[in-house]
Design a protein. Structure first.
Length: 65
């Protein structure tokens, strides 16, 4: 599996978590802990995708040189 496929999967997972977080925010749960965990997971997934994107760029530049 190449990095582009992994990035696409992570982006889809990020969007799902973001939609879930928005729904939880408007449901106004009495305990907001689950909302915070879902938001944190979405941010972690996006940071992982960002890391893969930037490391992929640097690797591609080294291969072209």
């Amino acid at each position: 599996m190449n990095s582009q496929n992994i990035r696409s999967i992570l982006n889809i997972f990020f969007m799902i978590l973001t939609i879930a977080a928005i729904i939880m925010y408007f449901i106004e749960l009495k305990n907001q802990t689950l909302f915070i965990y879902v938001c944190g997971a979405a941010i972690a997934v996006k940071i992982a995708e960002l890391f893969i994107r930037f490391t992929g760029r640097f690797i591609d530049k080294e291969k072209k040189s």
